[in-house]
Design a protein. Structure first.
Length: 353
């Protein structure tokens, strides 16, 4: 079966030769867009917006309409499944996520409810249904989840944390209970991703924002087996993009997980990744989001530089090494997307049209 030929993102995930790399950006919907701010204000906050299928679909579509990315990522959050498992969640302005009853006792862990996505996250399925109907055919619909270690970091710390002292304390003092918690999250995430695929997601992203803070031994002992357990739920159902922020020291292990794509941040060389492992996996990345704080001319130059360095190798999804910052000007995002979309790969090498 072939996709509509213009579905570049799915083709890149299969490492096919295509005229140019597809492009989408983490946090492409969000606070840097005035139209997002407007919907958020009218909805009365982030959660109200994310849990209303019409509004969530609308903010997912905003960057596609404005910039024409090749991928649209569901507007939701990695923490919503925690709420669906029984953890009270709110987002405070200027603070971020707050989980009022962090998992700091065996009783709280035992009280977690198994996740039934079609019941407790039905609004996600509805949002994907709207998007599957409304997206242009050339645009790939992406679902996502937080990876188990990253979810555990928020669930145990009760929110964003710098040093993760509570999390690391738990991991060190009771490694078996910690692994059991990761397994619980892995099954929840696996089911949620499968539900998103059934609801219309054509590929899924796994965000492991905090696993890169672990040394390699702890990554192999804790985070990676949990990710592997997630993959066992999803493999063969849709292509998977695995993103571990700050994961350069465990890249070979991540590649070994066998996902269709690995997303890398700006600390590693994307051309080196492709040269080394490009025959087995696609790579997504990897401009520094801070590049987008420059002028549109700077952004175009940095984008063209990365395209030249990749040299037209198949299996490149153009993106950032982390999310768009809220201080970013929409003009900078426009310059990035335009530069990628005007680029043409010429018989295995690259040239600007
Ligand atoms: O308007 C606002 O105040 C909310 C800001 C915001 C947005 C736009 C949050 C709160 N979540 C989101 C949406 C979101 N989050 C998306 C969909 C939109 C898109 O990408 O275009 C996705 C994929 C996420 C994923 C997410 N949420 C991650 C993983 C990726 C990453 O950024 O590392 C993480 C860690 C979160 C947690 C989270 N959600 C929101 C905040 C402020 C945070 C905390 C971030 C931190 O701890 O530093």
């Amino acid at each position: 079966m072939t996709d509509a030929p213009q579905r570049l993102l799915l083709a890149a995930l299969r490492r096919e030769r295509i005229p140019r790399p597809p492009v989408w950006l983490m946090r492409q919907a969000g606070r840097y867009l005035p139209e997002y701010q407007k919907v958020r204000k009218a909805a009365g906050g982030f959660l109200a917006m994310a849990q209303n299928p019409e509004l969530a679909a609308e903010v997912t579509l905003q960057p596609i309409r404005r910039f024409g990315m090749d991928g649209a990522i569901l507007f939701s959050d990695i923490l919503l499944p925690l709420q669906a498992m029984g953890m009270p969640l709110r987002f405070d302005d200027g603070v971020g996520p707050v989980l009022e009853e962090p998992l700091t006792s065996p009783e709280r862990i035992a009280a977690l409810r198994p996740l039934e996505p079609s019941e407790s996250l039905g609004y996600v399925g509805e949002t994907l249904g709207i998007l599957a109907r409304e997206l242009p055919e050339s645009c790939t619909l992406l679902g996502f989840c937080g990876a188990p270690f990253t979810l555990a970091s928020y669930a145990v710390e009760g929110g964003t944390s710098k040093g993760h002292a509570t999390l690391r304390g738990f991991m060190g003092q009771d490694p078996r209970a910690f692994s059991a918690l990761l397994d619980t999250f892995a099954d929840a995430v696996g089911r949620h991703l499968a539900y998103q695929i059934e609801s219309g997601a054509q590929a899924v992203v796994l965000f492991d924002t905090w696993a890169g803070t672990l040394g390699r031994n702890d990554y192999l002992r804790f985070a990676m087996p949990a990710t592997e357990r997630v993959l066992s739920h999803v493999r063969g159902k849709a292509p998977i993009i695995n993103f571990v922020l700050n994961g350069g020291h465990v890249l070979e292990d991540i590649v070994g997980l066998g996902t269709e794509a690995v997303a890398v941040d700006w600390r590693v060389s994307l051309p080196d990744c492709l040269a080394r492992w490009g025959d087995t996996t696609a790579f997504q990345g990897n401009l520094d989001p801070a590049c987008l704080l420059g002028t549109p001319e700077d952004v175009a130059a940095r984008t063209a530089e990365l395209l030249r360095a990749v040299g037209g190798r198949p299996g490149h999804i153009f993106g950032l090494g982390h999310g768009v910052m809220k201080q970013t000007s929409p003009d900078a995002v426009a310059a990035l997307v335009r530069t990628v979309q005007e680029h043409r790969v010429v018989s295995g090498s690259a040239a600007r049209v």
